[in-house]
Design a protein. Structure first.
Length: 123
C-alpha cells in the first residue's frame, strides 16, 4: 500500500492519512502520539462501495451491501499491512481481528460508502 500525500487535515491535533492499493483504501484518523481515533477500510476491486468502519467512540459499522467475511478481510489486509507504518498496521490489524472474533457483527449505516470531500481521488 502507498500513502496518498496532501490529504486535507481536520485539526492540528488530529492527522488524517490515506493509504491505497488495488484492493483497499484505508483512511485513518490519529492523534499526534500515533493513537488511532478511527479508520475506514474500503475494500473490493472497486473500493468505493463497501467499507468496514471503526470509530473509537462508537465502535464498528459496515457501509455497503454484502459484508465480506471478516476473517477474509483481515487475512487479506494482513498481507499488505507490512507496507504500512508499524503503528497504523498494528492498530488496524488488531481491530480487524477483534471484529472477526466478535463474529463480524456490525450494524449497517448506509447502503453504499460515501467518501468525504477529503477522500476524493484527485484527477
Amino acid at each position: 500500500m502507498r500513502e496518498i500525500l496532501g490529504v486535507t487535515q481536520e485539526s492540528p491535533r488530529t492527522q488524517r492519512r490515506w493509504f491505497h492499493d488495488d484492493y483497499f483504501d484505508l483512511f485513518v484518523s490519529q492523534a499526534d502520539d500515533g493513537k488511532l481515533h478511527g479508520f475506514q477500510l474500503c475494500y473490493g476491486l472497486d473500493a468505493t462501495e463497501r467499507a468496514l468502519v471503526w470509530d473509537g467512540e462508537r465502535g464498528y459499522f459496515h457501509d455497503g451491501t454484502d459484508l465480506l467475511a471478516a476473517d477474509e478481510i483481515a487475512g487479506r489486509f494482513k498481507e499488505v499491512a507490512r507496507e504500512l507504518p508499524g503503528n497504523v498496521a498494528r492498530a488496524v490489524v488488531r481491530r480487524l481481528q477483534e471484529f472477526a472474533e466478535r463474529g463480524a457483527s456490525a450494524p449497517p449505516r448506509r447502503k453504499r460508502f460515501r467518501r468525504a470531500d477529503w477522500q476524493q481521488r484527485q484527477a
